[in-house]
Design a protein around this ligand. Structure first.
Ligand SMILES: Cc1cc2nc3c(=O)[nH]c(=O)nc-3n(C[C@H](O)[C@H](O)[C@H](O)COP(=O)(O)OP(=O)(O)OC[C@H]3O[C@@H](n4cnc5c(N)ncnc54)[C@H](O)[C@@H]3O)c2cc1C
Length: 383
């Protein structure tokens, strides 16, 4: 194992792999990624729903989506890795006046940033998704450019291309300590030995608070269980079935293979690292899913799993240099929408490290200091 590196990245999910790739692409190849798992992608990156969307409330998230999805469009050519990018569109369905009022504002911000989203009424929702039971739905929003990618393809593209460019990516190698002296990073400790370094990137997803604690920094990132079920093949399911979200219930569906993937967030789920399926919540979820999408009544469950969202107090990631310790950078806390922002986040972290400051997008709204200054602006479009 290397005994020194210019940058040590802790965590081999989409954030760590994308950061390593973008550093190496800029010529900074003396980079080591430490992943505790036996394979890359055993954390949230391998357990998510694969959704990509421009439909956010904050300008910075819309810009992160624009940058990331543009990179995904070029991925197959530039990275020699298929992504299965599908533009099925995201259809948000709303049943509360206050949500509709807020979504009108969100769509105005999206349009200002060049996103072709629109507010739709219940009749238009019925035309876009005739399979859905529209009881109580008063309107929604639709963007035909939103869609899906293969999460594993995205991750493996970054892992293999970071390695091709000269970065070192290790599995089964957890960071167990970070030595800090005089306000500067000295080294990262692993069971296989220590790596001297001046720069550490925290990219450990739901486990990031523990990594911050190793350096004496309090990162408000909590692991929250979220679960998914995928059905058997459903006869007659159309190929262009959209990504449908019943917003007030945090309930969603999209086509997965010849069946449907569905998830529903339990907003009373306590923080914790348990990733077994909660059987009670599963029954609640499937009951509500069948009410909203009656064709599910005839479908069997082919697969189910639970993973962890990495949630911050304002549902926004913590990006960039952390205060008080030179060389400590955070790329974590994406609060359930990180797969789609991984490409952009890695590029921005490479800029933050090599150029002193991220500049392709202004990330000031996402810096840790927002919690001290009270300048945090929450994301509304969280599922
Ligand atoms: C059910 C579910 C559905 C989701 N749906 C979507 C979606 O549709 N679209 C979307 O964009 N996002 C979605 N997300 C969120 C998305 O998966 C995450 O935001 C994203 O994967 C976070 O990536 P990460 O690299 O920060 O974390 P992770 O992928 O969790 O990677 C962190 C890595 O750090 C490693 N690690 C931990 N501790 C250490 C240590 N001490 N040393 C070394 N390595 C360590 C872990 O093993 C892990 O591999 C979903 C998440 C879940 C759970």
């Amino acid at each position: 194992m290397k005994t020194s590196a210019d940058v040590v990245v802790i965590g081999g999910g989409i954030m760590g792999a994308s950061t390593a790739y973008h550093l190496a692409k800029r010529g900074a190849t003396n980079v080591v990624v430490l992943e505790s798992g036996e394979m890359f992608g055993l954390g949230s990156t391998g357990l998510n729903a694969g959704g990509i969307r421009y439909q956010f409330a904050t300008a910075v998230n819309i810009e992160l989506s624009k940058l990331s999805i543009g990179m995904m469009e070029r991925f197959a050519t530039e990275m020699d890795q298929q992504l299965g990018l599908r533009r099925c569109g995201y259809l948000f369905m709303l049943d509360r006046d206050e949500d509709l009022a807020q979504f009108r504002k969100n769509v105005a911000v999206q349009n200002k940033h060049g996103v072709p989203s629109e507010i739709v009424d219940a009749q238009q929702i019925g035309e876009l998704a005739p399979e859905v039971n529209l009881d109580g739905i008063i309107g929604g929003s639709w963007c035909p450019r939103d869609g899906l990618v293969d999460p594993n393809g995205l991750l493996q593209g970054y892992v293999s291309n970071a390695r091709r460019l000269g970065a070192t990516l290790l599995t089964s190698t957890p960071a167990t300590a970070i030595d800090v002296h005089g306000g500067r990073i000295q080294r990262v400790v692993t069971p296989a030995g220590s790596i001297e370094t001046e720069t550490v990137v925290i990219a450990a997803g739901p486990w990031s608070a523990a990594i911050g604690a190793m350096a004496g920094i309090d990162l408000p990132i909590q692991p929250i269980r979220r679960q998914i079920a995928v059905t058997d093949a459903i006869a007659g399911l159309r190929p262009d079935f959209p990504f449908v979200i019943d917003f007030s219930q945090s309930l969603y569906f999209h086509r997965e293979g010849a069946g449907l993937l569905t998830g529903m967030s339990n907003n009373d789920e306590p923080p914790g690292f348990i990733t077994t399926v909660d059987e009670d919540w599963k029954m609640h979820h499937l009951e509500h899913a069948m009410e909203r999408l009656p064709l599910l009544g005839d479908a069997g469950i082919a697969a189910e799993w639970a993973g962890l969202y990495e949630v911050t107090p304002d549902d926004q990631p913590i990006l960039g240099r952390l205060p008080g310790i030179d060389g400590l950078v955070c790329c974590a806390g994406f609060s359930g929408h990180g797969l789609m922002h991984g490409p952009a986040a890695g590029l921005l972290m490479a800029e933050e490290i090599l150029d002193g400051r991220a500049h392709t997008i202004d990330i000031d709204a996402l810096r840790w200091t927002r919690f001290e200054t009270g300048a945090s602006v929450g994301e509304y479009n969280v599922v």
